[in-house]
Design a protein. Structure first.
Lengths: 438, 66
């Protein structure tokens, strides 16, 4: 899964080089993969994390002027709303559908995303988001690298603050782009089949607004984000493989040098598979859809397993295994029997012969794939765990199941470092943003 | 922590900021037509430069009093 994400980043990076420097796509893939491989080899996890911090600031500094100029060009937020209302009406939706988040969620047909409130809240809000923040090893590994329990608990909370602001950096330019395209002032590169290549919105917008100096910073920011995405995912992959699978099951008790060598091999393997995944991503005209599809297949059932494993002491290994297999199977079955509107059967669904349901968009299909995968895994794990004998006693589960794990007394800390306080602030801020942009 | 991340952050952004400011000060006005006629290289470069200097300042201050 991390390899898929890494491949998608690699595709984006190579595509950017292709468009920007006129390099051959295959050559771009090779060069990008080699650069990332070298820097993971030389630095490992620590350097990947330090680089991520550097790349974070790069992205903020590179994209902020784009959002600001775009909004200024549109004539401010109120004027942008008016323009997007015109776009929505031209597409036969209610006027506010491009600028309001919750008001048009009554039915899938009422908004351009083609999702109703349940699919969004349950599919994206619960299954996919929790799945990503709680089970994606890229995210979890960052908290594991923290130096104390309290710092680890703060990791996702602190990350939530900039995450709330990122829509202003990446979604706002996208909204401006929608208005510009509708008014004929901006053209996206076309795919071989004639459709718009939506992956290119940010690069095209950077080229549209930024003068030579800042353009360099903007493109550096883009490359930084793709490289950090790829390096983070490959380091996550080599850790999981070497520590959790190879060391635990295949070759326990070897020397550190042996595991280090294995980790290096895993890194090379991870980069090679990323290259294959990048070519798969090249067949999608919207890589966000592909990313959510991969998450629906992998993270969604895994999240159900984590949930039961952490909070229900009766869950056992058989249940978890059968549940995961069933959940992933349900995702495949759902994807194979449904299709987004206007797509041929094959890559994007319907590959099992019949099409039982047509979704208005790929995103809607992904959300429901995730919901099915999660529910089937949850029920499967529950039933099989109850039908088979528990395979671990309570003392063995201490440290794994929440109710059986001793909780360390919280160290005295100033209020702004307490996880509960931060959590409440994050939740209230999220609620406020949702109300403002409802 | 034995490695202060603010040092490389400060170095790279003060360098980028300085490059942007110099480019912005010397370049032709016509380059900024697409940026709504605003010399954003100069303005934003100054912001980036200030951020870089602030990071450097914090890094050196932390170094002086261990």
């Amino acid at each position: 899964m991390t390899i898929f994400s890494s491949g998608i980043s690699l595709y984006a990076l190579a595509k950017l080089l292709e468009v920007l420097l006129g390099w051959n796509f295959n050559f771009s893939i090779g060069v990008s993969a080699a650069v990332v491989l070298v820097y993971i080899f030389l630095g490992g996890l620590t350097s990947a994390i330090y680089n991520e911090v550097l790349q974070f600031f790069m992205i903020v500094f590179g994209f902020a002027p784009l959002a600001w100029l775009g909004l200024r060009d549109a004539g401010g937020w109120a004027a942008l709303k008016t323009r997007l209302n015109a776009v929505a009406v031209a597409q036969h939706f209610a006027p506010g559908t491009w600028t309001q988040s919750w008001r048009h969620m009554g039915s899938p047909g009422a908004n351009p995303m083609g999702v109703e409130w349940f699919g969004l809240a349950m599919g994206l809000g619960f299954v996919l988001s929790f799945g990503y923040w709680c089970t994606d090893f890229l995210v979890v590994q960052r908290a594991m690298a923290a130096d104390s329990m309290s710092a680890a608990r703060r990791t996702p909370l602190v990350a939530a603050f900039p995450k709330m602001l990122f829509p202003f950096l990446v979604i706002l330019p996208g909204m401006v782009a929608i208005a510009l395209i509708q008014e004929g002032r901006l053209a996206l590169p076309a795919n071989p089949d004639g459709s718009h290549n939506f992956n290119m919105v940010i690069p095209v917008m950077l080229g549209h607004y930024l003068p030579p100096g800042l353009l360099g910073l903007g493109f550096t920011a883009l490359m930084a984000s793709f490289m950090s995405g790829m390096a983070g995912n490959v380091t996550a992959f080599n850790t999981v493989w070497t520590y959790d699978i190879y060391q635990s099951y295949f070759a326990p008790g070897r020397s550190d040098a042996h595991y280090l060598g294995m980790g290096r091999l895993a890194t090379v393997f991870g980069v090679l598979v990323s290259v294959a995944a990048a070519y798969l991503a090249a067949r999608y005209n919207n890589i966000m859809n592909l990313l959510q599809l991969v998450f629906a297949f992998v993270n969604a059932p895994l999240f159900a397993t984590f949930l039961l494993g952490m909070f229900w002491r009766r869950a056992n290994g058989h249940g978890a295994f059968v549940g995961l297999v069933l959940g992933t199977g349900a995702a495949a079955l759902h994807h194979g029997l449904t299709l987004p509107a206007g797509e041929p059967a094959g890559l994007k669904g319907g590959w099992l012969g019949g099409v039982l349901h047509t979704y208005p968009s790929e995103m809607a299909q992904n959300f429901w794939t995730a919901i099915f995968a999660w529910s089937v895994c949850l029920v499967g794990t529950l039933l099989v765990s109850l039908a088979t004998a528990p395979n671990k006693s309570d003392p063995e589960l201490a440290g794994l199941v929440y109710s059986l794990t001793p909780r360390p007394a919280p160290a005295p800390e100033p209020w702004y470092k307490r996880p509960v306080v931060l959590g409440v602030i994050v939740l209230s801020a999220t609620l406020m943003l949702n109300l403002i942009f409802a | 922590m034995n490695f202060d991340l603010r040092l490389p952050l400060g170095l790279i952004f003060s360098l980028f900021g300085a490059m942007l400011v110099i480019h912005g000060a010397l370049s032709d006005r016509a380059e900024y037509a697409r940026a709504l006629g605003l010399n954003v290289d100069l303005g934003w470069g100054a912001v980036v430069f200030a951020f870089g200097l602030a990071m450097l300042f914090l890094a050196f201050r932390a170094r002086r009093k261990p």
